[in-house]
Design a binder for this molecule. Structure first.
Ligand SMILES: [Zn+2]
Length: 280
């Protein structure tokens, strides 16, 4: 269920509730293969085809920190680590997963989503069913996104101009075109810094996890974003002293915040970073 570009990662296993009839079934891992050839091809084409571009020309670099899915520990530990240091993050919600327990974590529910919003964190879209777009017809992708948005807006009536994160980081060409006309911007899991001309529907990001980052690599990423005066978006999942392969320790998340702050880099939610970049 985690979002990563390691397409050979273990397939998710869920105890899924019965879905609404009009929507794609919530991904319980039974019949989808995010590592399948159609998904790979659609992703390869989609990620190279920009529908909207924007120029990043900042006086000072920006860092954003985002949490996908999001596990309860990203709420309890993750938000506290950010708030204790005076910053806020972006939480990407796949509404169909709400409250489910997976082998990796328990997904947060509506109450946590509402509370994070109240505390100043950004709530973003992450689909309803959490399926790779290539496994769905274009109309189903659009319906799924609409359901995700509708459910979040029922919880948070003032939600507007949401950003999106691709489930599994997998982007489909038709899905991307739909997103370009529907959401403010979309975040991928393609590793890199956003600088110069960037694809608004494929924001690059760097994973905070033991397999993807350590103290030395963190410093290198921060060196790069400073040199480029760009935008570095981090993403992770659970925040725990015994994190999943997709998540982070409390200490590393705190280190990300503190090392960025020590350099005077502003840490902003994704939407606020888009504001700073000058994108309406
Ligand atoms: Zn996800």
């Amino acid at each position: 269920m985690a979002d990563n570009d390691t397409l050979g990662a273990p397939r998710p296993r869920f105890t899924a509730p019965r879905p609404p009839d009009s929507l794609a079934r919530v991904d319980d891992g039974a019949d989808m293969r995010p590592d399948g050839l159609p998904a790979r091809l659609d992703h390869m084409v989609g990620r190279r085809w920009p529908f909207r571009s924007a120029r990043v020309a900042l006086e000072r670099p920006i860092v954003s920190i985002s949490f996908d899915d999001f596990p309860r520990s990203a709420y309890s530990h993750g938000a506290a680590i950010l708030e204790d240091r005076g910053v806020r993050g972006t939480y990407y919600v796949a509404t169909g997963l709400s409250g489910l327990t997976t082998p990796h974590w328990t997904v947060a529910g509506d109450a946590e989503t509402v509370d994070l919003h109240r505390r100043g964190h950004e709530i973003g879209l992450h689909s309803h069913a959490h399926r790779a777009a290539a496994s769905m017809q274009p109309a189903a992708v659009a319906a799924d996104l609409a359901a995700n948005r509708a459910r979040l807006r029922r919880l948070l009536p003032d939600l507007r101009r949401e950003t999106y994160a691709y489930p599994y980081g997998l982007c489909g060409l038709m899905q991307k075109r739909h997103l370009a006309g529907t959401v403010r911007a979309s975040r991928s899991v393609q590793e890199g810094i956003n600088t110069g001309w960037m694809d608004l529907d494929f924001i690059k990001a760097v994973e905070i996890s033991a397999r993807a980052i350590d103290a030395e690599r963190l410093d290198r990423w921060l060196d790069q974003v400073e040199a480029a005066r760009g935008w570095l978006v981090f993403f992770t999942h659970d925040v725990s002293d015994t994190p999943s392969v997709y998540g982070t320790s409390l200490a590393m998340l705190a280190r990300v915040v503190e090392r960025a702050q020590a350099r005077g880099i502003d840490i902003l939610p994704v939407g606020a970073a888009l504001d700073r970049i000058g994108l309406s």
